[in-house]
Design a protein around this ligand. Structure first.
Ligand SMILES: Cc1cc2nc3c(=O)[nH]c(=O)nc-3n(C[C@H](O)[C@H](O)[C@H](O)COP(=O)(O)OP(=O)(O)OC[C@H]3O[C@@H](n4cnc5c(N)ncnc54)[C@H](O)[C@@H]3O)c2cc1C
Length: 361
């Protein structure tokens, strides 16, 4: 069985690892010229950990991630708002909640699949079904024909656009941007085994350890249209470490990510021998920090569906049936907003237990 995976991000690589473990001939096509080197950190939850371990990467994942024992929330004056103890999550949920450096995660996946096998510089322009084959065409003039094409080309997927369209993005009117960066953990005074967040209805900033002596900070401010306005918002939060954190972070390493609300959820992932996976299948706001977790679960579900049957249509049907309703539910949960924001939702660790674990996703 020949499988072409379009997109060498977290989803494409984990799907490649899963399908290659079944003996399939898998090719990964990535538009960039090398593995993504930017992108700061990620908070991954037990459901991500279970899926990554299910793909056979338990030791590698353990080696690059930092277990989070607590989620701590404070106000702008450094007064405690909440504390969630997560030390027993590995026992309760089968894996810890962790902080991880995105590049370390991508490198771990690329190594497990085989970095040298990734076809960089292959930007998918279009896909088509032809009989029982699926074909993708690249902007460099090459084409690939396989028994299955997996569209793992991220949130602005051209494959999804071509197959179903209908997904529209509009700037989030509360938090239009997320700013984030990686700095040295020992430069700031935070609990090295916790996510530490400072929250007000107008803005927030959180820090997590991500390993290798590094910390990842990330935050948003309502109405801030640029980095200066974001930094200004925290200038008087002198009872917290935030002014110092922002002042020691070189500006040129701060990543600015525009945040978009998504109108229209992909209503069908599989079209003949082409299917969607990851952000391409379920584009979502990052407020619940579940995008990558759902992506790893897709990869494991796709692998498991093909482990059960050699019938491609049946396997794709099982994959989509299992994953689409669950992922769409998470997309809806992620649209609620962030803690102490406009909609006053609960802290993210509380939401995780209520909205994800209670639904067994
Ligand atoms: C600010 C922010 C913070 C986030 N924080 C978290 C978090 O803490 N926890 C969490 O679980 N999730 C988080 N996410 C979500 C997470 O980043 C995504 O859900 C995850 O990366 C999805 O993986 P993917 O492989 O589907 O897409 P991506 O990782 O985006 O990979 C897609 C790949 O496809 C390639 N590509 C794109 N177009 C083409 C094309 N035409 N042809 C070939 N290749 C193509 C891209 O170059 C890329 O390598 C966050 C997202 C944002 C924006």
């Amino acid at each position: 069985m020949r499988v072409g995976i379009c997109g060498g991000g977290l989803g494409g690589l984990s799907a490649a690892i899963g399908l290659a473990s079944l003996g399939f001939e898998v090719e990964v096509f990535e538009k960039s010229s090398s593995l993504r080197a930017t992108g700061a950190g990620l908070n991954l939850w037990p459901n991500a950990g279970r899926a990554i371990c299910g793909l056979g990467l338990r030791d590698q994942y353990g080696a690059i991630s930092v277990k989070l024992d607590r989620y701590l929330g404070y106000d702008a004056n450094g007064k405690p708002l909440f504390e969630q103890d997560t030390r027993d999550w590995p026992r309760k949920y089968g894996a810890p909640s962790v902080g991880v450096y995105r590049l370390a995660l991508s490198s771990m996946l690329a190594t497990a699949y085989g970095l040298e096998k990734i076809k960089f510089g292959h930007e998918v322009r279009s896909v088509e079904n032809k009989g029982d084959k699926a074909i993708c065409h690249f902007s460099n003039g090459e084409s690939y024909a396989g028994d299955l094409i997996v569209g793992a080309d991220g949130i602005y997927s051209v494959i999804r656009d071509q197959l179903i369209g209908g997904v529209k993005f509009r700037p989030n009117d509360h938090h239009a941007y997320r700013w984030r960066a990686v700095i040295d953990l020992d430069e700031i005074d935070v609990d090295p085994a916790a996510q530490t967040g400072f929250y007000t209805p107008g803005g927030w900033l959180s820090v997590i350890p991500i390993g290798g002596g590094k910390a990842y900070w990330f935050g948003s401010v309502s109405g801030a249209r640029n980095l200066d306005e974001f930094i200004d918002y925290f200038r008087c939060w002198t009872h917290t470490h935030i002014p110092r954190t922002l002042s020691i972070t070189p500006r040129d390493i701060i990543v600015e990510s525009p945040l978009y609300d998504v109108d229209g959820i992909p209503y069908q992932w599989t079209h003949g021998r082409i299917t969607l996976l990851g952000d391409a299948a379920h584009p979502m706001m990052p407020d619940l920090a579940q995008g990558a977790s759902q992506t790893f679960i897709d990869a494991l579900a796709l692998r498991n569906a093909f482990a059960k049957t050699k019938d491609i249509d049946q396997a794709l049907h099982e994959y989509e049936n299992e994953r689409r309703p669950a992922a769409n539910y998470v997309v809806k949960c992620s649209q609620k907003g962030s803690f102490l924001g406009r909609n006053k939702v609960e802290p993210v660790a509380v939401r995780y237990e209520k909205e994800i674990e209670s639904q067994n996703i």
